[in-house]
Design a protein around this ligand. Structure first.
Ligand SMILES: [Cu+2]
Length: 510
């Protein structure tokens, strides 16, 4: 887990949540009769949050490309087009530019008049929800396939965070500063009114967050003990603690602060006499000075809530990068430590997985020799063939992680190249590295499902025990194509343990 990737994820999450919060505030918090005063500063800030979302969309693509390639920044010009063309992440990212373009056009159109801005809010909210969906479709819930229930639950969770935390950002950064500046121009009971509406929106968001959050947490933890025994659980506990703090502050504002604002402005005060009595007994100043003071308090309260909200979103981003304990637990006990010694390779197969060497060093020549034996006895595949050590043109090092990922997860090779893959299992589970097209991977997955723990005897794959480094040499076809390398240990393929090999440029002209 690279802190930079987490930081960039956090920026994207914050950008999505605050953009949704802006539109939600415009739709459901800001009263229409105040549009003359609020439209301009609000719409300007909506533009800023759109700008943030546009930038974060670029940054998150760069971040994911770096993460997948595991490579240096200088490799980006080559990697980004490959990620966009060859990976699932790239295919979903493509939805963002048109959504953002549409959002910008609507924003420009709403800049001129408040009335038009009102009419555009709903379509803009829908477009922002679309951007949010691209986030959920590329997170852990989508590891097991598109449009799963988990993806939609995650999406609603994100939208709810926008209604609650995002609306708080809007209040802190736009509305309260304007209120403080223009207190004399505005309707006197506006602060209380705003607070009431914000509170209702936050309450609705909170309800949705709790329902979707509990469902997701249960699915991802799998057990109570995982909450206390795993790093994932600990981060989740921190997040829950922060959310509880937010709820406490929100409740204080709603049930103690809000009635005071109302009293301060005589909203619930039936008569002046009543107000005076209140003023005496509760030390409430019914004048503008008191109201100003209350607004300052509320401003501070939402500002504090916003800061905590940012921390919650950062914690959420750490969770997005972690591997849920339930996904880890899908691996049946025993598989992680299963020994293949003595069974490695079927008859006649000098499989590269047979030698059980310690992790130290790569010992490539030895593995290459065992590969050569396979080379002579193997049928050819449509996606290449085992290669010979003396033909190697390129060496690629790959790490297999227990987070069900390969690093790098995308590799570029020229057509006809013979590549030595030096694969290290850096986790505590067994992993595989099987080269093939997507059909081959699906077939292999089926095979492994019906014969779990079957020793690897395919020339296009190697199996690794924890800490081991193995080598496989592969000669790629002469024509451009996209291939995959995958792990078929139980549950790993489904959890997204797949990398892409881009051979040449499979999409000329792009
Ligand atoms: Cu694996």
């Amino acid at each position: 887990m690279h802190p930079l990737y987490i930081a960039l994820t956090a920026i994207d999450v914050i950008a999505v949540v605050s953009s949704i919060g802006m539109m939600a505030s415009w739709l459901w918090v800001l009263p229409r009769d105040q549009d003359a005063a609020l439209h301009r500063p609000f719409w300007r800030f909506a533009g800023l949050s759109l700008l943030g979302l546009t930038l974060s969309s670029v940054l998150i693509l760069i971040s994911r490309s770096l993460e997948m390639s595991g490579g240096p920044l200088t490799g980006l010009p080559q990697v980004i087009p490959e990620v966009l063309q060859a990976t699932r992440y790239g295919s979903i990212w493509w939805f963002r530019p048109p959504l953002l373009l549409a959002l910008w056009l609507l924003w420009l159109s709403g800049l001129v008049s408040a009335r038009r801005a009102r009419a555009l809010a709903i379509p803009m909210f829908i477009l922002l929800a679309g951007v949010a969906f691209t986030r959920s479709e590329t997170g852990h819930p989508a590891d097991h396939g598109d449009f799963r229930l988990g993806v939609f639950v995650d999406w609603f969770h994100l939208l709810a965070a926008g209604l609650w935390v995002g609306a708080l950002f809007c209040m802190t950064l736009v509305i309260f500063p304007v209120l403080r500046r223009k207190i004399r121009e505005l309707r006197p009971d506006l602060p209380g009114d705003l607070f009431q509406r914000l509170s209702s929106l936050a309450g609705f968001g909170l309800g949705l967050i709790l329902v979707t959050g509990i469902w997701t947490a249960w699915k991802q933890l799998g057990s109570w003990s995982a909450l206390f025994d795993t790093a994932y659980g600990h981060v989740l506990l921190v997040k829950l603690g922060l959310v509880a703090l937010l709820i406490a502050i929100g409740a204080y504002n709603r049930f103690i602060r809000l009635p005071r604002i109302r009293k301060a402005h005589g909203f619930v005060v039936a008569s002046k006499r009543w107000a005076n009595r209140l003023a005496r007994t509760h030390e409430v100043d019914p004048g503008a000075a008191g109201q100003r003071r209350e607004i300052a308090h509320c401003y501070r309260a939402v500002a504090i809530e916003s800061v905590i909200g940012v921390l919650v979103l950062v914690a959420a981003s750490v969770l997005l990068h972690g591997m849920p304990p339930a996904a880890m637990a899908q691996v049946p006990p025993g598989f992680g430590t299963m020994s293949m010694a003595g069974t490695g390779g079927g008859p006649g197969f000098g499989s590269a997985s047979a030698p059980m060497r310690p992790a130290a060093g790569t010992d490539a020549p030895k593995a290459a020799r065992s590969q050569n034996a396979a080379y002579s006895s193997k049928t050819r595949f449509s996606f290449g063939a085992p290669g010979r050590a003396d033909e190697v043109t390129q060496t690629v090092r790959i790490r297999a992680l227990d987070t069900m990922r390969f690093v790098p997860a995308i590799v570029h090779v020229p057509p006809g190249a013979t590549v030595r893959f030096v694969v290290t299992d850096v986790g505590r589970l067994d992993h595989e590295f099987v080269i093939g097209d997507s059909r081959e991977q699906l077939e292999h997955e089926k095979e492994m499902a019906s014969h779990p723990g079957m020793p690897m005897h395919d020339p296009n794959g190697i199996r690794l025990r924890p800490g081991e480094t193995e080598t496989i040499i592969w000669r790629f076809p002469d024509h451009p194509m996209v291939l995959e390398y995958a792990c078929h240990e139980p549950g790993h393929f489904a959890a997204g343990m797949i990398g892409r090999i881009v051979v040449g440029n499979p999409h000329p002209g792009t």
